[in-house]
Design a binder for this molecule. Structure first.
Ligand code: PMP
Length: 286
């Protein structure tokens, strides 16, 4: 077992097993809350300002008053990271509307529940990068506010399980015939050496890696366009890439059991993966 995890709950630090919330917490009863997952490299939260901005946006969209200032959030995350020995971590932060009598309407005068924990960010298995992952297509059956990083993840959980049941690591979801995203990642396709990604609207969560990929494409001389992507185009892709805080950027080399392109991680993936590693190295040394 690795070092004991210390977590933050409502102003206090404590061992993970001592952290308890009421069964009336609206996160438990309604999934009424939002969250963030922040990678940490060399003890420093990566793209922190973007994660904090997205947390602020998510809170505003579900009308939970932000319980902390930016400075307080930064102090919390810095403190939590410092309490653990790992160079690379990922921090999980969650805010729910708080504890109140069960009633759909927003309760008055409740204090949001704030929880944060961190885990070791182990290097991705080399096979993931050298062989790529298998993905399967699924209908996107989630609600229409996927831009909110809500803890109500039942649709995502069911999709991920369906992918695993089909021996795949992730799914590619489609709404009205158009690519949206994975169960917990953003999806990119490559055609003619150019990268395409779905438009950033409420059908998807705008990953913090989305802005990063934009920068990496630019730095690597790779063209990128955000637009609607049909099922047909996905099946004609030379490469498919999957991004998230914990997967960084990985190639999908099998789609519904068939090889993507030549079935091997492609050149665009290799370029962007190298650029990603450089961005991490720069962040560590900053
Ligand atoms: N879409 C969904 C549904 C996700 O859960 C995630 C992972 N948080 C992403 C996209 C990727 O976002 P990020 O790059 O911020 O990890």
């Amino acid at each position: 077992m690795t070092q004991q995890q210390t977590v933050y709950l409502n102003g206090d630090y404590m061992p993970l097993e001592d952290a308890k919330v009421s069964v009336l917490d609206r996160g438990f009863i309604y999934g009424d809350g939002v969250y963030e997952v922040v990678p940490v490299y060399g003890g420093k939260p990566f793209r922190w300002a973007y994660h904090l901005a997205r947390l602020t946006r998510s809170l505003a969209k579900v009308q939970i008053a932000n319980p902390k200032t930016d400075e307080q959030w930064t102090a919390l995350v810095t403190d939590l990271i410092a309490r653990h020995p790992w160079n690379d971590q990922f921090v999980y932060m969650q805010v729910t509307r708080g504890v109140a009598k069960r009633e759909h309407l927003f309760p008055k005068n409740v204090t949001p529940t704030v929880f944060a924990m961190t885990s070791e960010f182990a290097p991705l298995p080399a096979e993931l990068l050298s062989k790529g992952i298998a993905v399967v297509t699924l209908p996107d059956e989630r609600w229409l506010n996927c831009d909110i990083k809500s803890v109500s993840l039942l649709g995502n959980v069911l999709a991920r399980q369906a992918a695993a049941d089909a021996s795949a690591t992730e799914c590619l979801m489609f709404r009205d015939g158009l690519l949206t995203e994975g169960s917990s990642s953003n999806i990119w396709i490559v055609r003619g050496g150019k990268v395409f990604a779905p438009k950033r609207d409420r059908r998807i969560l705008e990953g913090i890696r989305v802005g990063l990929m934009e920068e990496l494409c630019q730095a690597s001389g790779v063209e990128l366009e955000f637009r609607n992507i049909s099922r047909k185009e996905v099946f004609a892709a030379e490469e498919i890439l999957v991004t998230s805080a914990t997967k960084e950027v990985v190639p999908a080399t099998k789609l519904d059991g068939e090889p993507v392109g030549d079935g091997k991680p492609g050149e665009v993936f290799k370029k962007l993966h190298a650029a990603y590693q450089q961005a991490k190295a720069d962040a560590r040394n900053a």
